[in-house]
Ligand binder design. Sequence first.
Ligand code: NDP
Length: 243
Amino acid sequence: MTLKDKVIFISGSSRGIGLGIARIFAQNGAHVVLNGRKEIASDIIQELENYGVKVRVLLGDVSSFEETKRMIATIKDEFGRLDILVNNAGITRDQLLLRMSEEDFDDVYAINLKGTFNLTKHAIALMLKQKSGTIINITSVVGLAGNAGQVNYASSKAGIIGLTKATAKEVAARGITCNAIAPGYIKTEMTQQLSEKTKESIIQSIPARSIGTVDDIAQAALYLAQAKYVTGQVLSVNGGMYM
Ligand code: NDP
């Protein structure tokens, strides 16, 4: 499938993995709809437009059912279609279970899991009418393996895997695929918050002995967006961290 003139919406694409995905799809001719809660830098928009594609920014919080509904309705009005949805927006609020507050748990679920539900629910109506579409959900290696200090995050990411498989089964016969990517440890602002000691011990636990890049994840998204006979899968991109 060629990506030229396809429309892709990537939640949480002002930086990090989401922006990396936006770049690779723009380079391949797709029109890109960016999202985040805060303003997106004009040089980012300019850079993507230089690939000769349309770039639209829709600010909004994915945890809000109404805001996600508005964003998908705007895409329908302005582009008439949505070919690829990437549910990428996510946060961490790490803490050992004993010390984890109810708020830390609820915030992570609201953005990571409910946010994925919100956008998928609104987008799927449009994709069903089109009889085509691709959904790519960004989960995590810790959704597969678990991780101390991340009960909230790991279970929200495991929930995304269940959501992915259930959605895939519901819509496979209608020409729509739904898959997940499980990144390992990737260099972004999210992981830069970790201490040098933690980073070093993570690197030692990776068979490839290196951290991943946003481009590693973007390449996986590019593959899934074009793989019409692949659905309900979790594609691990983790340097062998979890097999
Ligand atoms: P970053 O923190 O670098 O970027 C997160 C993006 O999400 C930003 O654009 C942010 O914009 C946006 N965002 C956060 N909350 C919301 C919200 N409520 N509504 C809309 N947008 C929001 O994260 P990464 O790029 O590192 O991570 C991206 C995804 O990949 C996440 O789902 C993460 O869990 C997952 N992942 C990352 C790994 C890593 O090692 N980096 C490993 C495994 C998975 P703004 O602040 O403006 O809202």
